[in-house]
Design a protein around this ligand. Sequence first.
Ligand code: RP5
Length: 177
Amino acid sequence: MSTLSTSDAPSPSTVSGKPVVGVVMGSSSDWDTMQHAVQILAQFSVAHEARVVSAHRMPDDLFAYAEQAGPRGLQAIIAGAGGAAHLPGMLAAKTIVPVLGVPVASRHLQGVDSLHSIVQMPKGIPVATFAIGTAGAANAALFAVSLLALHDADLAAKLQAFRVEQTEAARAMTLPV
Ligand code: RP5
């Protein structure tokens, strides 16, 4: 876990109790992947929520979640799904809150199906699409942090410190030869 800078002033992204990022997934079986997004948001102290919203098993809940996202103050929705993976696109169809899509590795096609489904949104309704699996989940959360950091100086400083730590860790890498 990175050491993050803190400030005494409350950060606009960490106002307690009011999530600014929603993490949703099509099934509890997606949690192994999507927990990596939640871990990043927690690491940066970004107020968030996580829940299952299945597009094909809970379509009415999906519409309600999307319709309420903006009024509830969500500034980004990270949506992970596998297989046909229509959750991110259908959320994006019902809200102008940015949707960040994470393709979850599927049982038979290893997530290439999920990736193609999420990334191939027709013109007019965008979903920002990330890598298959845990890297995509973590990067979607880091991207959400970047969006929030545009209007949150404390969060921007934390993100910059995170980048510096990665650089220093890479410079300190050694090889067995
Ligand atoms: C999708 O179907 C979910 O996002 C999950 O990746 C996949 C399999 O769901 P389960 O059968 O494990 O509930 O809706």
